[in-house]
Design a protein around this ligand. Sequence first.
Ligand code: GLP
Length: 239
Amino acid sequence: MNVHVYDDAKTASRAAATLFAAQLIKKPDSVFGFATGSTPIATYKYLTKWHQKGLLDFSGAISFNLDEYVGLAEQDEASYIRFMRENLFDHVNLKASYLPNGMAADLSLECARYDAAIAEMGGIDLQFLGVGHNGHIGFNEPADAFVYQTQVVNLTEDTIEANARFFDSIDLVPRQAISMGIGAITQAKGIVFVALGESKAEVVKQMMYGDITPHLPASILRAHQNTVVILDREAASLL
Ligand code: GLP
């Protein structure tokens, strides 16, 4: 892993955005992997700004997102499709963007369909990853084994609490999500892992120095050939 520490969240996000911009310039038909949560928002703002200035043309590129809640329709303000439209898709000219459909009648068929769609596009060229406080990537929660395929996951209480800030009440947070599996994530040709703020310092320390274990899913990134870890000083404070 290639670890870079920046003074603050803004310069860290700019660095992450630069890696996505470089990938797009190098390969205009790139397949991007995108994430939700607070971490990527500033990165998406930079990509939007550079696109609006005419510096980036996404028209040949497509994207797959990591995850979506089960049972939230696209009109729902807390759905990840809505988040992605507001923070990126409505502002740039991606050729196509895909998220798992958490409203599908047959969720296991939807998971298989999502993996097949990623494979059909040749896999992901560059994947953005944030991390949950419990070490989850996408919604791959701590477990006894890494799950390779896209799957329906039961969210842990930690995750439900952490994500309650996006809902009017904790009772409205879905208890399940569809998450891209560890397979498609680690098969990405490049990964940009970003952690910002003091609250991520402990999980970053465990990811870097602890065992590679499904009990801390982000630790698998230590076995990935081309992962760039971008941290601000606070997230790096325990290294
Ligand atoms: C959610 C998403 C993850 C994200 C995590 C951290 O659970 N499914 O992909 O990394 O939140 O979010 P934040 O960036 O807000 O800390």
